[in-house]
Design a protein around this ligand. Structure first.
Ligand SMILES: [Zn+2]
Length: 459
């Protein structure tokens, strides 16, 4: 009889494939057995968050692995950015972590040397932007990056919004005195997201490389992804908690209160939420993420540029790491929109597979890391900032009622949160170099006989 360091008994286990009753035996931080287990022993602009507060918040919301961004700013070397992030993360993270690389300056050096070297070191995905003055890449630069991804087997995530159209609309709005936060969604309407989504997919098709469209806000962009999938392309979609729960009208609040709900793409009209749910139900979306971007309601965060800014000069982003799983569980599983397996797939298993962390992460399986959230499906919680563990001053979900909460979270067999109380140790999280995922390799489908990566033409 094996002896375990930890036995979790009497629970219902949910994986992306199955829901079943069994005990879990943990040895050396890994799941050693599932079944009926005889008990031998047991042990019990300024981003507001640091790696410590961010991962503490994730852990208390039932999330056991995070992949934050390491962001290159123009002129910086990728290696320096990653080394700096690793240095801080290794001292602070309380759960395991990897990084997505944000590439904003695809120089010859970056494309030819730095990016391939980082991919080989386990940073196998990168995010690129089609908007924001300091981050945006033009179509040629996007193609260059996609070609590196195809050659190296890595994975590109795209923030898809049409930069010039947003700028033009913003200038018109502000020029006519329409400066309040409620004009933020007016400046970034659905067509700018739909067009960029379509363009990103078309560019990826030319290179024959799978991509993921991140934080899809609404039906029309979603339909572009669905169409591409129907055509047989390997295009992945991600949406976020805010597009299921918030709406453009939330930005229409007196003074600057609406700024609390500002993110990009913006939340759409309320009727759009049902359509995004449909995308989760029918498999258009594989990933449900937080896009956690916490900016406080003060001059360090939202109002960094000015104390009385127009919408263009308010920091974009909302927090949501800790409430991601409780809200999806309550609104999704609790209200019969998705089943428990789909909940696990969207929040854990699919991201682990797509980002090259499976089978170590993402499921409850013998040999996998004992990363487990114990869920009380009946626990009723009114979300309030005072319950959360990030470093924010407020949550856009204040007063939101959910049923179901992760009452205990284990990371590699160690309790990191219990009944809202953080119990992990700073710096215990481990860096996860990631594999290239077989889910994201190219399909060998070029629209013409020309392969721009190899230069071969087969007409
Ligand atoms: Zn983004």
């Amino acid at each position: 009889m094996a002896s375990f360091d930890l036995v979790i008994r009497g629970g219902t286990i949910a994986t992306a494939a199955d829901v079943f009753k069994a005990d879990i035996g943990v040895k050396d931080g890994k799941i050693a057995a599932l079944g009926t287990i005889e008990q031998k022993s047991s042990v019990g602009i300024l981003n507001a968050d640091t790696f410590l507060s961010g991962t503490r918040s994730a852990a208390c919301g039932g999330t056991t692995t995070v992949i934050p961004f390491a962001a290159q700013h123009r002129g910086m070397s990728l290696r320096a950015v990653v080394n700096d992030a690793l240095e801080r993360a290794s001292k602070q993270c309380v759960i395991d972590y990897g990084f997505h690389m944000i590439v904003s300056d695809p120089t010859e050096q970056v494309l030819g040397q730095e990016l391939p070297a980082l991919i080989r070191d386990g940073i196998t995905s990168f995010k690129i932007y089609m908007t924001y003055d300091l981050l945006k890449l033009d179509d040629r630069e996007i193609l260059d990056i996609m070609a590196v991804a195809r050659r190296e087997g890595a994975f590109v995530m795209v923030h898809a919004e049409n930069h010039e159209a947003i700028k033009w609309l913003s200038d018109k709005l502000i020029g006519h005195g329409h400066t309040a936060p409620k004009f933020h969604p007016v400046s970034r309407p659905m067509p700018v997201e739909r067009e960029a989504t379509h363009r990103a997919i078309a560019l990826s098709e030319l290179v024959d490389v799978p991509i993921l469209i991140v934080h899809v806000s609404g039906a029309e962009a979603m339909e572009e992804i669905r169409r591409a999938q129907t055509r047989g392309l390997r295009i992945f979609g991600e949406t976020c908690t805010q597009y299921l729960t918030l709406a453009a009208e939330d930005l229409d609040k007196p003074d600057l209160e609406g700024a609390r709900y500002m993110c990009s793409p913006p939340p759409r009209e309320r009727s759009n939420q049902a359509l995004v749910w449909n995308g989760l139900q029918t498999g258009v979306f594989q990933v449900l993420s937080s896009d956690h971007a916490p900016f406080k309601f003060d001059k360090t965060g939202k109002f960094f540029h000015s104390h009385k800014p127009d919408f263009k000069h308010i920091a974009n982003g909302i927090p949501g790491l800790e409430v991601r799983m409780p809200i999806l569980f309550s609104e999704g599983v609790g209200k019969g929109r998705i089943d428990l397996q789909t909940f696990v797939a969207l929040t854990s298993t699919n991201p682990a597979r797509i980002y090259g962390l499976a089978p170590k992460k993402g499921s409850i399986v013998v040999g996998g890391d004992a990363d487990i959230a114990i869920w009380d499906p009946e626990k009723e919680v009114t979300i309030s900032q005072s319950l959360l563990h990030d470093a924010m001053d407020a949550t856009p979900y204040e007063g939101f009622k959910v049923k179901g909460w992760p009452v205990m979270t284990f990371s590699r067999g160690e309790v990191v949160c219990e009944n809202f109380e953080f119990k992990g140790k700073e710096g215990r999280g481990r860096y996860l170099p990631r594999e290239l995922s077989p889910m994201t390799t190219s399909l060998g489908r070029l629209p013409t006989g020309f392969d721009p990566v190899t230069g071969v033409y087969r007409g």
